[in-house]
Structure formats: C-alpha cells, structure tokens
Design a protein around this ligand. Structure first.
Ligand SMILES: Nc1ncnc2c1ncn2[C@@H]1O[C@H](COP(=O)(O)OP(=O)(O)O)[C@@H](O)[C@H]1O
Ligand SMILES: [Mg+2]
Length: 255
C-alpha cells in the first residue's frame, strides 16, 4: 500500500505522516516514510537527533548521476527515466523503531515541465518500488501534489488530504483533489485536524460534504508544546494517537 498525504502548509501533514507510520508499524507493517516536502521536517517529527543536518537525496549528486545519468541542475537531454531504486530504502534511510525514513528534499515540480533527474528518482521511488504484502509507503508531500504525475499516481493507492477548520485549507483540499482526479487517483480520503469544537467539525463536514472523511483529530496543546520544545510529535498526545489509530483502521475501507 502506498499512501500520499497532501494539504495546505501547516495543516498537519507531517504530524499525520509520522503518527500514521508509528501506528501502522505497531500493527505489523514494515513502513517506509518518505519526506517529499522541500521544507524537510519529517525526521524531526519522529524526534530523530540532528535532523536538521540530514543531507536529502535530491542533493546527493553522485547518487543521482549514478542512477539517472545526469546531475541535478544539469539539463541533460537524456537521462534514464526508470532509474534503479529498489536498494535505496535500505541504503539511504534513517531508522526510527524499525520505520525507515527517507528524505527526498527539494525536487522541482514535475508539472512545470522540468524533467529534472532528482524528480525522476522520486517518481521512480513512488511508482516502481516493489512492495511486499506487509509493506507500506507513506509520502509526506508539500502543499500541492505537483510531484504526482500520471506516472507517479499509478503507484499511489490512497491519497489523504489533511484539512484544518479554515476556508483556505478547504480550498487547497479541493484543488488537490481536482489534481488527483485529473491524474487518475481515485481513492481519496480527508482527515480533519486541529478540531477544537463540534462547530469546527460541522464546518468542515458541511463545506466538504462531497468528500469521504477518515477521521477528526482534536487540537491538542500538547502537540504545540512538543513542537515548541523541539520534542517529537509522535506519542506527545494520547488523544491524537488514538484518533490516528482509528484513521488507520478506516484506511482499509477507503474505496
Ligand atoms: N492536532 C494538533 N493539535 C495541535 N497542534 C497541532 C496538531 N497537529 C499539528 N499541530 C501543529 O501544527 C504545526 C504544523 O504541523 P505540521 O505537521 O508540520 O504541518 P504540515 O506538515 O502540514 O506543514 C506543528 O507545529 C504541529 O505541532
Ligand atoms: Mg510538513
């Protein structure tokens, strides 16, 4: 199963990616979490030390050249579009409790017509990684889903759009869904995050009545505290962890 997570900046994509990874790992899955957001912070959400010193794969020029035939920034007329990636999760990942974390780093958007080598490598990772039955890939994406192209979408099974109670996050959520449908991704669920009241929950269910909701994560000050103190988001709030567990259970039922 490959799950992509998208939504407006700050809504809680990285929070959900890290907590969902932990929950799925607890239930026996072998999890590969990929940070594909240019603002690298997934490793920090797990509380990995020195996460700000991680060299993202998109900056590993030698590796990218070895796999694609071109260096980042080089507009080579030809590079391999199907680079070998199967060994990368083993070679280029950090570990948290058995969860593999890969940091892609900034990659130019595929939609801009730039077929850069680092983009080709990310695309190959998403679409060509062969998974065994008990393996899950979780993609922490940036606000848009520009990285997802028709080719990548084939590899993604489910898209989770994260929203918070704000009109802007709803608009972004709609835009993300339109893009996703355009490239043929149909299994799409919404996770509402930072919910403080029934009113906020009702706001989202009314504004997004045509979406399938996977769950409603409460706003918990403990998450903000963790963030301010530079502590991991994982396990900082029992209430939030509990809701992520039920979201994980509902994922299987998503069409
Ligand atoms: N349920 C929640 N309650 C309170 N704060 C939250 C919650 N979820 C996320 N946050 C906080 O919101 C901020 C943004 O979350 P993050 O996961 O980094 O968003 P994104 O990856 O979408 O940009 C972080 O400071 C995080 O601690
Ligand atoms: Mg993020």
């Amino acid at each position: 199963m490959k799950i992509a997570i998208s939504g407006k900046g700050g809504v809680g994509k990285t929070m959900l990616a890290s907590l969902l990874s932990v929950v799925l790992a607890e239930s026996g899955y072998s999890v590969l979490a990929i940070d594909a957001d240019p603002n690298i912070n997934l490793a920090a959400a797990f509380g990995l030390p020195n996460s700000d010193e991680i060299i993202p794969i998109s900056r590993m020029d030698d590796l990218i050249e070895e796999r694609t035939g071109a260096r980042p920034g080089q507009m080579a007329p030809y590079f391999k579009l199907n680079p070998k990636v199967d060994d990368l999760p083993e070679k280029c990942s950090l570990q948290y409790d058995g969860i593999k974390i890969m940091v892609m780093g900034p990659v130019k958007a595929a939609g801009t017509g730039c077929y850069c080598p680092e983009g080709a490598l990310l695309q190959a990772l998403v679409s060509h990684l062969l998974l065994e039955a008990n393996q899950v890939v979780i993609l922490d994406m940036e606000a848009g889903i520009e990285h997802l192209t028709r080719g990548t979408a084939k590899g993604v099974d489910k898209l989770i759009i994260v929203v918070e109670p704000s009109m802007r996050s709803v608009s972004t959520g709609r835009r993300v869904r339109d893009l996703a449908l355009e490239i043929g991704l149909q299994s799409i669920g919404v996770v509402a995050n930072k919910i403080r009241s029934e009113r906020e929950k009702d706001f989202l269910t009314a504004k997004m009545a045509d979406f399938e909701f996977l769950g409603f994560i409460p706003y918990d000050e403990a998450m903000v505290e963790a963030d301010l103190a530079g502590l991991p988001l994982v396990n900082s709030s029992a209430r939030v962890m509990a809701e992520v567990r039920s979201i994980a259970a509902r994922l299987d039922k998503l069409k």
